[in-house]
Design a protein around this ligand. Sequence first.
Ligand code: CTP
Ligand code: ZN
Length: 157
Amino acid sequence: MNEQLGGLKKGMIVSPIENGTVIDHLPPGRAVRIAQMLGLMEGAVVIIGQNLKSTKYGRKDLIKVENRFLTDEECSRIAIFAPEATVNIIKNYELVEKRKVSIPDVVEGIAVCSNANCITNKEPVPTRMLTVSRSPVKMACHYCGYEVRAEDLRFRG
Ligand code: CTP
Ligand code: ZN
């Protein structure tokens, strides 16, 4: 293991991880929601940093999760709440890949339509949310047209 990472560096308040994913540059206050959306809160070792100082963005949130790697689809879901997020893949304490996320055109199945009368809330029909604006991010239900801003989008479970 790298000497520098072994002892915490001065000013470092969140320790390095051995294997897993670091989801960085999240807007302040979004980390818990994103971790819940990805289902990281059930059993995995997760470190959440909130309102950390960032040279690039002033303040940021960050998620570190051990032994969990994200699919492309999971990365694109992160982008709905954090278009500037960086997904870092760590193996044996080394950074092996740094990915930018991009907002998906469509999110299938996991979101909830906010319209109580929508067919997806009455019948066992999987939801289908379409991205209708990218800045700010807005999604619309494919079935009923109901629009929500990213911060109001809810997920199952
Ligand atoms: N990291 C970690 N464990 C490791 C290696 C890196 O938790 N074993 C974390 C770092 O603390 C950082 C992120 O992974 O939050 C990305 O690492 P790195 O690219 O080295 O940091 P920066 O240069 O600050 O990244 P960026 O340029 O994306 O801001
Ligand atoms: Zn709907």
